[in-house]
Design a binder for this molecule. Structure first.
Ligand code: UGA
Length: 473
């Protein structure tokens, strides 16, 4: 099949590259010439400056100029196209609604080109980015205005988590396709032929509106699940003495109906999707006169979670931040990505600066380049207080306390580095429960304040320390 993918951010680039693996002729199109040049170079470091996804550069290198083509102009490739996937950015607006201006501009350009086709075979225009319910219908209107002949619309939402995108594209849990006609469904079945009769992968055909809704319900349910663990599970262990977070988690998630995903309590879930999608769905409900109490609470709990440990540190550990030096480990919104969009670390930095810290010594294995962009001193001179370091050890050196914000696996072995680098009294604020042997540190005079734990003061009584250490093992 001949396919055009419009927009080459995380969603578009992954979709274009992995679709080309199945021998389709895929044209990845973007108006950003710098991006296209980087992808066309097929040099991993160049590609990863725009989209840093494990294995993606290799897929591009293997298929480029064979099945995969990059372009800033689709005028010459529009003839004979079977499907166009719209993967443009759909950022949030101040009131939570989705900004469709990039989407609308791309749809209009495309419609104008399609209207002039000589080959008038059936073409289906597919929404892949997360767009509000009713956007496929809106697209239909744009195509009608341009008198595009023999065209259909479809919704085929993306469910890829960042960091696992290539793997998950090859083995998705499900493929959801919403379209109005058998003709359009047939085109998509040919594009996804490897999944249609797969024994494990569900291939779901439905209406465009249902497909759009599936994406919002899925993402907001996932965030609800995380917020449930943060707002109930972690809170329980923080509030009542002798409740052990790890045991609580094991006890609850051993029910086959309850997944362990989402039970990793945290200082909030970030990323470009959850926060944006829940705000958009709240807005969509409200604009239809519907209440959205549950979603609003989930959103509020998640936002609260991003900085509440700083308040707890003052309240429970008597910490003062004014003129203190804080080591900040982890900047990306989760492990295995350099993406900092809506990352909890952004809120942590603002809160620390707001409390008058002297310096923030930051380290992240992948996101340092991104961080310099987000914390540009030209935008806010206070960002001059942030310094960047090549290892956790360097970031810790000379600090008064530590804040862990991302679940990078390499932080699990931190306790030895902490002991060697920063002598007690020293406060460890662990937003991800990344230090499994935290009781060892408490015994040696460190204060530990973790999500899902009551504050453990260095002077903790020896017997309960022993019992907790046993449990942590
Ligand atoms: C999310 C969904 O998981 C994907 O299915 C969806 O396609 C994607 O959004 C999207 O709409 O494009 P993603 O944002 O890449 O994917 O990341 P997740 O792995 O879902 O993590 C989101 C946040 O939740 C991260 O900050 C992560 O650390 C946090 N999280 C996750 C927790 O705090 N606890 C957990 O147990 C799991």
């Amino acid at each position: 099949m001949k396919i055009i993918v419009v927009g080459t951010g995380f969603v578009g680039l992954t979709h274009a590259a992995t679709t080309s693996e199945y021998g389709h002729e895929v044209y990845a199109y973007d108006i950003d010439a710098e991006r296209i040049a980087a992808y066309q170079s097929a040099v991993p470091a160049q590609i990863e400056r725009h989209v840093n996804e494990p294995g993606l550069a290799q897929v591009i290198a293997e298929n480029i100029n064979r099945y995969l083509f990059f372009t800033t102009d689709i005028t010459d490739v529009i003839e004979g196209v079977d499907a166009v996937f719209l993967c443009t950015a759909t950022p949030p607006q101040y009131n939570g609604s989705t900004d469709l201006s990039y989407y609308t501009a791309a749809a209009n350009t495309l419609a104008a080109l399609l209207a002039k086709r000589k080959d008038q075979r059936r073409v289906v225009i597919v929404n892949k980015s997360t767009v509000p319910i009713g956007t496929a219908r809106y697209l239909e209107g744009i195509l009608r205005e341009h008198n595009v002949p023999n065209v259909g619309v479809a919704s085929n939402p993306e469910f890829l988590p960042e960091g696992d995108a290539v793997e998950k594209s090859r083995k998705p849990d499900r493929v959801v396709v919403g379209a109005d006609t058998e003709e359009d469904l047939r085109i998509l079945r040919r594009i996804y032929s490897q999944f249609v009769n797969h024994v494990r992968i569900r291939y779901i055909e439905t209406t465009p509106e249902t497909a759009e809704g599936i994406k919002y319900v899925a993402n907001t349910l996932l965030l609800t699940y995380i917020s449930f663990w943060n707002g109930v599970g972690a809170r329980l262990s923080e509030t009542f003495p002798n409740v052990r977070m790890e045991d609580l988690k094991r006890g609850v998630t051993s029910d086959a109906r309850i997944s362990t995903w989402g039970s990793y309590v945290s200082n909030g879930a970030g990323g470009s999707c959850f926060g944006k999608d829940i705000q958009s769905l709240i807005y969509q409900f409200k604009s239809h006169g519907q209440p959205a109490h549950l979603l609003q609470s989930v959103y509020d709990i998640n936002e609260y979670q991003k900085t509440y440990l700083i308040d707890r540190a003052s309240r429970e550990a008597g910490a003062t931040f004014n003129q203190k030096t804080v080591a900040l480990l982890g900047l990306s919104f989760k492990q295995r990505t350099n993406d900092m969009r809506d990352s909890s670390s952004l809120k942590v930095v603002e809160a620390l600066l707001g409390r008058g810290v002297k310096a923030i010594r930051a380290y992240d294995p992948l996101a340092m380049h991104e961080a310099r962009r987000f914390f540009d001193p030209e935008k806010n001179h206070l960002y001059e207080k942030i310094s960047y370091h090549d290892s956790p050890r360097e970031a810790l050196a000379g600090s008064d306390m530590l804040f862990i914000s991302t679940d990078w696996e390499e932080f699990r072995g931190l306790s030895g580095t902490i002991e060697k680098t920063v002598p007690p009294p020293y406060l460890i604020i662990d937003g991800r429960r990344m230090i499994p042997d935290y009781m060892e540190l408490v015994k040696r005079g460190y204060g530990y304040l973790g999500v899902g734990s009551a504050y453990l003061a260095p002077s903790a009584d020896a017997a309960s320390v022993e019992a907790e250490t046993e449990a942590a093992r």
